[in-house]
Design a protein around this ligand. Structure first.
Ligand SMILES: Cc1ncc(COP(=O)(O)O)c(C=O)c1O
Length: 369
């Protein structure tokens, strides 16, 4: 089978094919949909980000800064990491693919955690890397088991911390012990897209291990707590040699000038981020209790989403009824969880609407707690 035929007929790619949300809610504008599926930050970016975007509109008639230097300088100061160890990309998802392109070898494999961020798997499928998935242990990424599955041909290990979709966190000590076991030739990519939402942030970040582990790559995103998913911007923190190679591999000018300006302004208003973290913490606790009171199985989360079990119901059935009530949650059958949804934590008004929709759906489906 040719590569083209393989990609065209891939079940995995078909399951995660891009589809406009407007198809599910005809007649609505995207921002009018009660979207509990994409882990967006409902409060959006800082107001000063909006001002900086307006002030920078004249820049669009020029190519953007090729390496987003002012932003890189700001990130270097913010994270206390040298500029040479930072690469800015067109979102963390773009960086996942570019890292594979940069350092992958044809006969090597990738180790993933089962039921983890699906784009790791999608990137492997597209770039023709074989991957192996290790089971979660009690909804947690199982680093002990992953370490045991690394073989001489394992080039990359990917996992997200907090884990998407379960919202669990692997602690600092466990990460440290894991990194000590991984051979130097195997890159470990820890996707920290949601790390700012964790209770003990920045304690569980792997950033401080970068200096001792040249094979560690940490990914971050401006799409979550910084509220800029529509602008597509994220960054990788990694050893300077890999960073320099990655910079050569990235699609030229892939980070647009508005995204660069907005991300810089977002880093200048950290109290805004602090406020979002606090709101998320309050709403996470509220939603957790309300969903549990409905008789659903809810996993304690450290992120801006909850992993919700609807057992013994089939999640797709519940998903469709919720949609009829105007609420879009994340269906997880494609992730391997046929009795679970992932729901984003939004504001109180929308969270109340979600609870009402679940109540109606469960009643309609004869669910009896
Ligand atoms: C674990 C994880 N990493 C990365 C992303 C996306 O990041 P970006 O928007 O920067 O590509 C997501 C989005 O849902 C995610 O869940």
């Amino acid at each position: 089978m040719s590569r083209f035929e393989k990609l065209c007929s891939s079940d995995l790619l078909k399951t995660f094919e891009r589809k406009s949300l407007l198809r599910a809610f005809p007649g609505k504008k995207q921002f009018e949909i009660d979207n509990f599926a994409d882990n967006e930050n409902i409060y959006g970016p800082s107001p000063s980000v909006m001002v900086s975007i307006q002030n920078s509109l004249t820049a669009i008639s020029h190519y953007p800064d090729a390496e987003a230097l002012p932003l890189k300088q700001k990130l270097s100061e913010f994270l206390a990491i040298p500029e040479k160890n930072i690469v800015i990309g067109n979102g963390a998802m773009d960086l996942i693919r570019q890292i594979l392109i940069c350092a992958g070898e044809p006969n090597q494999n990738v180790l993933l955690s089962k039921g983890s961020f699906i784009q790791f798997k999608v990137a492997c499928e597209i770039l023709n890397f074989s991957f192996k998935e290790v089971d979660l242990n009690n909804s947690q990424v199982d680093l002990k088991e992953i370490a045991e599955n690394i073989d001489k041909d394992t080039r990359f290990v990917f996992f997200s911390n907090p884990n998407n979709p379960t919202g669990t966190v692997v602690g600092r000590q466990t990460i440290k012990e894991f990194l000590e076991k991984v051979p130097d030739e195997t890159y470990v990519i820890i996707d920290e897209a949601y790390i700012e939402y964790t209770d003990s942030y920045p304690e569980n970040s792997a950033l401080s291990f970068l200096q001792d582990h040249r094979n560690l790559i940490v990914l971050r995103s401006f799409s979550k707590i910084f509220g800029l998913p529509g602008l597509r911007i994220g960054y990788a923190l990694l050893n300077s040699e890999f960073a320099s190679c990655l910079n050569k591999v990235l699609v030229p000018f892939s980070v647009n000038c508005i995204a660069q300006t907005a991300a810089l302004a977002a880093l200048e208003d950290l109290p805004h981020i602090e406020g979002i973290r606090e709101e998320n913490f309050i709403e996470r606790r509220w939603l957790f209790e309300k969903l549990k009171n409905l008789g659903l199985q809810v996993q304690p989360s450290q992120a801006n989403f909850l992993f919700v079990g609807v057992h013994p119901l089939n999640e797709k059935t519940v998903f469709e009824v919720l949609k009829d009530h105007g609420v879009l949650v994340k269906s997880l059958t494609g992730y391997g969880f046929s009795n679970h949804h992932r729901i984003s934590i939004l504001d109180r008004k929308r969270n109340e609407k979600l609870i009402e929709a679940y109540k109606k759906a469960l009643r309609q489906l004869g669910f009896d707690k």
